[in-house]
Design a protein around this ligand. Sequence first.
Ligand code: ZN
Length: 163
Amino acid sequence: MKIGKNAVVGVNYVLDVDGQQLDASGDSPLTYLHGHGMMIPGFEKQLEGLAEGEKYDFIVPAAEGYGVFNPEAVVDLDKSIFLVDGSMSTDVFEGAQLQLTNQEGQPMTGVVNAISEDKVTMDFNHQLAGKDLHFVGSIAALREATEEEISHGHVHGPDGHQH
Ligand code: ZN
C-alpha cells in the first residue's frame, strides 16, 4: 500500500530550519492517521504516495507549514499592561515568550522583540512563520486504519490512544 487518506503512518523524521535541527522523531517513529489534519498540511501532502521503507527528503514551504510571516502580528503594547504593583514584571525582557489574552479572551503566545520607554513590542507570529521546513526521513510502518480509528480520528494501539 501507499500513503493516502486513512493510512496509519509511522514516520521517522528530522526537521531542519535554516540549517539547524529543530526536531526529530528520535528512537521510535511518530505514528499518525493520514488525511485528518493531524500534521502540517505540506508534510502530509508530500508524504502522500510513499510506501513502507521509502526514504524522503523535501522542503515544506512556509505557506504550507506554519504560515507566512504577518507583519500585522507584530504590535506595540502599552507598557502599563505589564506592570505588577507599579513596576515592570520580571517576566518581560527581550526574547521572553509571554502568554497574553486577546479581546475575545483567547490565549495568545508572543515573543518580546523590544522594550522602549513606554511600549513593549511583541511578535505574535508562530516562531516558525515564514520559515521553510526541511524534512528528511523514512516511512517505518504503514497500515490501513480500522473503522474505529477512522471514526475517532486518531490511531489506537501502543503508539496511539489506548482506550
Ligand atoms: Zn479512539
